[in-house]
Design a binder for this molecule. Structure first.
Ligand code: SF4
Length: 447
């Protein structure tokens, strides 16, 4: 979901970099296939490359591959270092390996699954939006956000990555939702977005400090590949990022949240809520028709209790749609007593919607109602609006804007749907205010 959000400044970003276009190979896929890699899956587009991405390989799989070639096991360590410390893109860069092994590695694996990257810089260098073209022509986006050091914390460099090319959920305020779904990403394709950012940061003596799965796609609908990517990011032999610096978001895939809870993985869970009442959430997050908001919050509550980790709830605020005192009070009631933190994010403008960001005073009023109810809140500022940093905006631009009549029809449809949803929500509030729901009733009077 995902407007890119932020805090204060940093320095200018470096020049646009692009990894070299990947080559194709007739070599058969390695038997050590990484999670999320399915060689039988249709992979149309610019190039068909049957080699799995090396970043998706576990150390055990890599050691097995090295052993099969009669090489000593320390070669696996050298390869891991090249992939995860030097962020190598080509076999030639692995100069510690003998040439025949380098050649064999290049025949078996893609050192980089990203064919080309285009970087756009905004916010005086604090935001870098990157459009990645994958080896089959699919396009995904990542964003690097720089935060300066402040009282009690060091500088941070957060990478927001995509887990799918496009998205099937279809949230109407999101440019990715408008694009539709292309395909799941392999673990290596997810990880190579992080390696791309890490490579550019390393050139400036910096490193990635946080990774958030809040780019294109619904991570819990590509759960195996996302879990494999999280494991690689967290593994000290690979990327070595602490689990508390990794956030996985979901728009409310309840079975996925339940599975994460069973696994007990210690990263932060972020739930993109956007509305606390079903009629409105049905419009803003269509997945809500399958898993209503109460079920989503119940699953998130169980996750928080099982892991002891606070759940982060994301609310994109849209002027006049979900930013009223009644909405805030309904959210306060829904999250009362939860181990929760709410992030409020004014909506990034998206061409196909009729909606705009909530004004600052509405955001402050919303936050105040939550705080009065004892719920911690952070107001995020939008990042990279001038470069289309909200998820899917660049890719949508590349896909070609829909013709104006289609945009107009979509805007009218959204206006009708949201107006009807608001009417239904208000009727439900009226009924509840007559019997219970004191916070909602009080807020309705104030609003
Ligand atoms: S359409 Fe997909 S990517 Fe966009 S906000 Fe919804 S779940 Fe997230």
């Amino acid at each position: 979901m995902r407007a890119m959000t932020a805090d204060p400044p940093e320095r200018a970003a470096g020049p646009s970099t692009g990894s070299p276009r990947a080559t194709t190979s007739e070599a058969p896929p390695s038997p050590a296939l990484p999670p999320g890699f399915d060689p039988s899956r249709p992979r149309g587009g610019l190039g068909l490359d049957p080699r799995p991405g090396i970043a998706g390989l576990t150390p055990a799989a890599l050691e097995a591959w090295v052993r099969e070639r009669g090489e000593p096991s320390y070669r696996a360590r050298q390869i891991l270092d090249a992939v995860w410390r030097s962020f190598a893109r080509q076999p030639d860069e692995l100069t510690t390996l003998p040439k025949p092994l380098r050649a064999a590695l290049g025949e078996a694996f893609r050192l980089d699954t990203i064919a080309e990257s285009e970087v756009r810089v905004a916010d005086a260098g604090r935001t870098e939006k990157v459009l990645h073209r994958l080896c089959d022509g699919a396009v995904v986006e990542s964003v690097v956000m720089h935060y300066p050091a402040g009282p009690g914390h060091r500088e941070r460099h957060t990478v927001c990555i995509s887990s799918q090319a496009g998205c099937a959920v279809g949230c109407p305020f999101c440019a990715t939702g408008e694009l539709g779904f292309t395909r799941d990403l392999e673990a290596a394709e997810i990880l190579d977005q992080v390696r791309d950012a890490a490579r550019r940061l390393a050139e400036r003596g910096r490193r990635v400090t946080n990774v958030v799965f809040m780019g294109m796609g619904e991570p819990l609908l590509n759960l195996d590949a996302v879990l494999a990517a999280v494991e690689a990011l967290n593994d000290p032999r690979r990327f070595g990022l602490g689990a508390r610096h990794i956030t996985v978001s979901t728009s409310g895939v309840v079975p996925g949240i339940r599975r994460l809870t069973e696994l007990g993985v210690q990263f932060t869970l972020a739930v993109s809520l956007h509305a606390a009442r079903d009629p409105l959430r049905d419009v803003l997050v269509p997945l809500n028709r399958r898993w209503p908001v109460a079920e989503v919050v119940a699953a998130a509550r169980d996750h928080a209790r099982a892991t002891g980790r606070r759940v982060s709830y994301e609310v994109t605020l849209i002027a006049g749609v979900n930013d009223t005192p009644t909405d805030a009070a309904a959210l306060a009631e829904l999250l009362a007593g939860e181990l929760a933190h709410v992030n409020l994010i004014p909506m990034n403008p998206v061409a196909h919607t009729p909606w705009t960001a909530s004004p600052p005073e509405a955001v402050e009023r919303f936050a105040a109602i939550l705080r009065r109810a004892g719920i911690p809140v952070t107001i995020r500022s939008n990042r990279g609006v001038e470069i289309g940093a909200a998820c899917g905006q660049l890719a949508a631009e590349r896909a070609g804007a829909p013709p104006p009549p289609a945009v107009q029809r979509r805007r009218e449809r959204l206006l009708r749907a949201s107006a009807a949803a608001l009417r239904r929500a208000r009727l439900a509030d009226g009924a509840r205010a007559g019997s219970a729901g004191p916070a909602v009733a009080a807020a309705s009077e104030r609003g």
